[in-house]
Design a protein around this ligand. Structure first.
Ligand code: CA
Length: 510
């Protein structure tokens, strides 16, 4: 190639790049824009005064106007009212991805994949880097109807906590195998680790609102779910497995020997932890990171009080939790009546840019965080707040929209026991990657399949919960009941449900 031609082509290339960049920033160039938003996160209505959204306006030229009844108190209810009214805003936020997808399939919102391809380089790059997350955003018909909110990958939800000072006092190592766990709980029950001369210890307890959730925690000892356990490779309805029967046998033994809270199924989920730790009687639980806060709050009243995070028991050579975080909590969609979808997708893309994502995760620079070696480090305003999360939420940071959460943000204000414990789960790959389980489902179904599956699942949940509870409490014997139980699962429609799941998993892996 001749030198001058080469120079010209490079110049052209630079011109092209410059014009491309100009195009991507056209939101700014075209001046101020305003879009209406339906937004309620849990019970918190979108506030036009949120500091991070005002900052975003400075950076993008876009202002969001809240369009929701100020009397709304329940997200789901407010959402349904808005849909029924037929008066849709430009942007619709929801914590439920399936609702946003249904809206798209019904024609209430638009398919976004082509808009992303042409106008949202940051979302596009994120999906390219995270194909599993792209699939979450893709409906069964192949279209993407919402820009999701993703939680950090590979991070556990709840984990096993054990009274480390009790282990130390009894000279016990941290348990590894299921036999170790049994022996540890037995020692807690029988060897008076709280030193009051009474056999008042409750070795294992947990708090959860629903019966099925409580059962799911008990089966976490055996790496089983209280329902579906679906990975990219395999579909399993755990309550129908022989391993489930074995686990029931073991748990009913534990219950009979008072190793499990006698009030396990009836104890109040709000006060259980306060009661068990505050009275110095609870030995082990499976719960969220906030459990570590008792190390600080009880250090004066219970001298030596200490908790460790341990991995679940080893089953078939692995120590994995089946209780990861829900990977996606909804996101936002563009309604079919929106006048400027291109402008909106560009705005949505801002929240996937490095700057937008940092703003969402960490708040305002030099107020909520400072930059140290290019990293956002929270200021004392956040770190010393009674609830760092609530403090952030006041500014709109972590008020869920379509973007992705950085685990590091929460690490900065977590207790050291949690930082180390969760890192151990992450480093040891102890969080089993699932596409569906009892708590969430990333598989996609045609509406008729989904309806059928929901109906079967509701019946299965009810029946298996009732039976498992009966067996564990010793009201009935699992070995006597098992054949009748499996027959009933099939009558309810388990084989049909498995066929629907198989079809969906095939689609997921396509
Ligand atoms: Ca005691």
């Amino acid at each position: 190639m001749n030198k001058s031609i080469k120079t010209i082509s490079i110049t052209l290339l630079i011109l092209l790049i410059v014009s491309c960049q100009k195009q991507e920033q056209s939101v700014l160039a075209e001046g101020a824009k305003e879009y209406t938003l339906f937004g309620m996160y849990n019970t918190q209505i979108f506030d036009e005064e949120f500091a991070i959204f005002k900052k975003a306006t400075e950076l993008t030229g876009v202002t969001l106007k809240s369009k929701i009844s100020q009397n709304a108190t329940d997200e789901k209810e407010a959402y349904n009212l808005m849909i029924v009214s037929g008066d849709l805003p430009d942007i619709i936020r929801s914590s439920f991805g399936t609702d946003l997808e249904t809206l798209g399939l019904d024609g209430g919102s638009i398919a976004l994949e082509e808009l992303v391809e042409e106008h949202a380089p940051n979302i596009k790059a994120y999906w390219k880097k995270n194909p599993d997350h792209k699939r979450i955003a893709t409906a069964y018909d192949g279209h993407s109807y919402f820009i999701p909110y993703y939680t950090p990958k590979g991070v556990p939800g709840s984990v096993f906590f054990v009274r480390q000072d009790w282990l130390d006092k009894l000279g016990l190592p941290q348990p590894v195998t299921i036999e170790d766990f049994y022996n540890t709980l037995k020692a807690f029950r029988t060897q008076d680790p709280n030193s009051n001369g009474k056999m008042d210890e409750i070795p294992f307890f947990a708090r959860f609102k629903t019966t099925i959730g409580k059962l799911d925690i008990l089966f976490a000892f055996f790496q089983l779910k209280m329902g579906w356990q679906i990975t990219e490779q395999k579909i399993s309805y755990d309550p129908s497995l022989p391993e489930f029967k074995d686990a029931i046998r073991e748990l009913s033994k534990w219950y009979a020997e008072e190793l499990i809270d006698p009030e396990f199924f009836t104890r109040d989920s709000v006060t259980a932890r306060d009661y068990m730790f505050g009275n110095n009687i609870g030995g082990m639980t499976e719960d969220w990171a906030s459990t570590a806060s008792y190390i600080e709050t009880l250090k004066d009243t219970i001298p030596g009080f200490n908790l460790s995070i341990i991995l679940p028991p080893m089953i078939n050579g692995t120590r994995e939790t089946l209780r990861p975080r829900t990977p996606c909590f909804g996101g936002w969609a563009i309604s079919s009546t929106a006048k400027d979808p291109v402008g909106i997708i560009k705005y949505m893309d801002f929240w996937y840019s490095e700057e937008g994502n940092r703003l969402w995760n960490y708040g305002i620079e030099n107020d909520h965080y400072t930059k140290v070696d290019g990293k956002a480090i929270f200021t004392d305003k956040i770190l010393k707040a009674p609830s760092p999360r609530m403090e952030l939420l006041k500014s709109g940071a972590q008020w869920v929209i379509g973007t992705y959460q950085e685990y590091d943000h929460e690490k900065q204000f977590s207790h050291p026991v949690v930082v180390d414990g969760y890192d151990m789960y992450i480093e040891k790959n102890a969080v089993r990657p699932m596409v569906a389980n009892w708590e969430f489902n990333l598989l996609k179904y045609p509406p008729a399949d989904l309806q059928k599956l929901k109906k079967i699942n509701a019946e299965l949940d009810l029946y298996v919960s009732e039976m498992a509870q009966k067996w564990i409490l010793g009201a009935s014997n699992v070995d006597n009941d098992w054949d009748m139980y499996v027959k009933r699962l099939n009558e309810i429609g388990l084989p049909e449900a498995i066929a629907i799941q198989e079809k969906a998993l095939k689609l997921y892996n396509k």
